[in-house]
Design a protein around this ligand. Structure first.
Ligand code: CMC
Length: 432
């Protein structure tokens, strides 16, 4: 849990409002980020802050994830993302985010066993999938399944219960992965494949996705490794849109499943996790409608009168190359090499990236490829369909959402999330 004990007191900042000066505490975190504590601002001055999109607003102290957007650094609990992606399995990183430390061998094995023993969905839930149309977007289904889990495991609704948190966490991580694979099978009209105890977390998912009664599927260890890495890249990103939604819902006292279901909906948006699907669709359109004309696409994305934006480019926090995009780009090449295939969309993406990096419009605004630019291409190389990309992001982001939710619940300064506004509508008037 984030704590003022790990901050440094920098004295105070003075703010003068209409002739009255007040002192506001100034402090910095363990990586020297400065903050002004404005908790007393409205009480002492009557004024509030105006900050659309919360661009300058810190909502908590956190021990989970550190990002330096200028230098392109991302660390979970102090460990660099590159090191974690290289040396860890996804479930180790999930454990790290949730428990604050990497598991030893025994903890790893126990966590893995728990995940396997909670992997089945209640059979009644399996029938839910039949009620959705085949074209249902799997993100809608996933969110519905997340909140439905709370009806099957009602003890989770008792928000005061902190014990058994391991069960809640493992059920979420394991059952939603199963639900995601079921939603894919349903969308292509194939029988669902149950999870297998003998397989590890990522292998199990790939098996549920690709095994069919007429075609045995042997999990390729290279693809399983790639999936582990991709999910690690997705695992947390501090106070992003979906994590903030999870915490906002949780701050009202809603249970973990309800909070995560809301987070899944937020992630679905094209400016957030939904961008990975939109990147592929954009690349396909550039090839089919624009004949692969990169120059024209770049000009369109810079034209303020054209609503078109380059998907997978730009980030609120990163003003340099997203470190996750670097890893994903290399992985995409590795997976294609493994499957012995090429992808014209990757060639186009590389050309687009080159054009972006050479263009002053993007460079001066700090716009670089983000995680979604290459992860979709990597999932595609693994045979995962486009409408499942954001679901993959959601599976990966689950430990981050859980860790953020738990930290929020334990925060002694935590209160219900409730921003204010500046009203600009009509002043009081009468209907007569
Ligand atoms: N193409 C062209 N111009 C862009 C783009 C883009 N993709 N992104 C930002 N800009 C411009 C924007 O027009 C603005 O220009 P100006 O200063 O002249 O008005 C400037 O860059 C700053 O943009 P902003 O919209 O104020 O930045 P933001 O921090 O509010 O938005 C963003 C960040 C990620 C929503 C935005 O960059 C974007 O829409 N990118 C495309 C969608 C995308 O790839 N989203 C995934 C983000 S990473 C994964 C995740 O969060 O889940």
């Amino acid at each position: 849990m984030g704590s003022f004990a790990n901050t440094k007191d920098l004295g105070s900042a003075q703010l003068t409002i209409q002739g009255t000066t007040i002192d506001l505490p100034l402090f910095e975190g363990s990586e020297n980020e400065k903050a002004i504590d404005i908790r007393a601002l409205r009480k002492e001055t009557g004024a509030i802050t105006y900050d659309p999109g919360f661009v300058n607003t810190g909502c908590c102290l956190s021990d989970i994830t550190y990002i330096d957007g200028e230098k392109g650094i991302l660390r979970y609990r102090g460990y660099d993302i590159n090191e974690l992606a290289e040396h860890c399995e996804f479930i180790d990183v999930a454990y790290l985010l949730i428990h604050g430390k990497l598991p030893d061998d025994e903890q790893h094995n126990q966590f893995s066993r728990h995940l396997n023993s909670h992997s089945l969905l209640h059979e009644d839930m399996r029938h839910f999938f039949d009620a959705y149309p085949d074209h249902a977007h799997p993100m809608a289904t996933l969110s519905a399944m997340a909140v439905s889990l709370s009806t099957f495991y009602p003890e989770l609704e008792d928000v005061s219960i902190q014990e058994n948190i391991d069960y809640k966490v493992t059920r979420l991580l394991s059952k939603l992965r199963t639900a995601a694979a079921f939603s894919y099978k349903k969308s292509i009209g194939h029988p669902i494949v149950y999870p297998k105890r003998s397989l590890k977390y990522c292998e199990n998912f790939l098996n549920m996705m690709f095994w069919t009664p007429v075609n045995d599927y042997d999990v390729d260890p290279v693809l399983a490794k790639a999936l582990n890495k991709l999910l690690i890249l997705h695992a947390d990103h501090e106070q992003n849109c979906s994590a903030s939604v999870v915490k906002m819902v949780g701050s009202a006292g809603a249970n973990l499943y309800a909070s995560i279901a809301a987070g899944i909906c937020a992630l679905w948006g094209p400016l957030h996790g939904g961008a990975n699907q939109h990147v592929i669709e954009m690349l396909q359109r550039i090839l089919s409608d624009d004949g692969g004309d990169v120059k024209r696409v770049i000009e369109r994305s810079k034209d303020k009168n054209d609503p078109f934006r380059l998907m997978g480019v730009g980030h609120r926090v990163y003003k340099s190359y997203d470190p996750r995009a670097k890893v994903a780009k290399q992985m995409c090449k590795d997976v294609l090499a493994r499957t012995g295939t090429t992808d014209p969309l990757l060639d186009l993406a590389l050309q687009l990236e080159e054009a972006v990096l050479a263009d002053d419009y993007f460079v001066s605004r700090g716009l670089y490829p983000n995680i979604d630019f290459y992860t979709g291409l990597t999932y595609r190389a693994m045979g995962i369909p486009t409408n499942m990309f954001t679901v993959m992001f959601a599976i990966g982001r689950m430990p981050g959402w859980i860790a953020q939710w738990l930290e929020m619940r334990e925060d002694p300064d935590g209160r219900i999330g409730r921003p204010r506004q500046i009203y600009t509508g009509p002043v009081q008037r009468s209907v007569k």
